[in-house]
Design a protein around this ligand. Structure first.
Ligand code: PEP
Length: 256
């Protein structure tokens, strides 16, 4: 059985003081947690170092929200994979729809970033998902297959075994509209089938595919109990201790 992975994407929220408060509250509530699910927080870059110190000896792991496709040099404003690992990150979100939409990230660029992240020993959380127009045009499957092929281009089986995919329908992110559990599960199955065809069924079966898009304390149970939904990438609800803890607890129950 695949372990659930619950990831909080804080986006451009929480300065270092607010980061400290949120982590302190989370740790307090996670005192009796026995590691039945993987919990990752992805604060902004400026909070990574303090977050790393604050999660010490806790079950919480650290991730970043983006990174450069380059190793180092004259790329003003960018952050490299090595900088993230040295700061204590184990994960990095790549290809989030907000990066695709506002910063013109393409499957090709995301593919280059995935390769860099893997070389540095980071676990990429690779985001894919269709827009509302694409869903309404009935081309969700085609879009998803194209994205899976694009982001995994020329990755070896060993590399694919090290990453996670997050299915995030763009129309559900930050909108309060979530995909129905069945809608989401159908797309997760499609992603798994596609990875199975490109690599092997053994790899596809082990692949963690998270759902993201307005997951909250109320809908987490119906989403996380689906056969092919292996966790959540959570934005808004990860900024609230009680809501995030409820989702984590739901992940634990789905695993037991
Ligand atoms: C996200 O940031 O990936 C996300 C799914 O956001 P929200 O949960 O707020 O929709």
């Amino acid at each position: 059985m695949r372990r659930k992975v619950i990831v909080g994407n804080w986006k451009m929220n929480k300065d270092i003081h607010e980061t400290a408060n949120l982590i302190t509250e989370l740790r307090e509530r996670m005192k009796d947690f026995r590691n039945e699910v993987d919990v990752v927080i992805c604060p902004p870059f400026t909070s990574l170092v303090i977050a790393k110190a604050l999660i010490k000896d806790s079950p919480i792991k650290l991730g970043a929200q983006n990174m450069s496709q380059y190793d180092e040099g004259a790329y003003t404003g960018e952050i490299s994979a090595k900088m993230l690992t040295v700061a204590g990150c184990e994960y990095v979100i790549l290809g989030h729809s907000e990066r695709r939409q506002y910063f013109n990230e393409t499957d090709e660029l995301i593919n280059a970033k995935i390769k860099k992240a893997l070389k540095a020993g980071l676990t990429p959380i690779v985001c894919i998902g269709e827009t509302l127009e694409e869903r309404e045009a009935g081309i969700t499957d085609k879009i998803i297959i194209t994205q899976v092929k694009g982001v995994l281009h020329e990755l070896t089986a060993t590399e694919v075994e090290k990453l996670l995919i997050a299915y995030e329908p763009v129309w559900a992110i930050g909108t309060g509209k979530n995909a129905t559990p069945d809608q989401a599960n159908q797309v997760h199955k499609l992603i798994r089938k596609q990875v199975g065809q490109m690599y092997s069924w053994a790899i596809a079966e082990k692949l963690i595919i998270q759902y993201g898009g307005s997951m909250n304390a109320q809908n987490a149970s119906s989403l996380l109990s689906q056969s092919d939904i292996d966790g959540g990438l959570i934005g808004g609800a990860s900024l609230k201790t009680v809501a995030f803890m409820t989702i984590i607890q739901t992940g634990v129950e789905a695993y037991l």
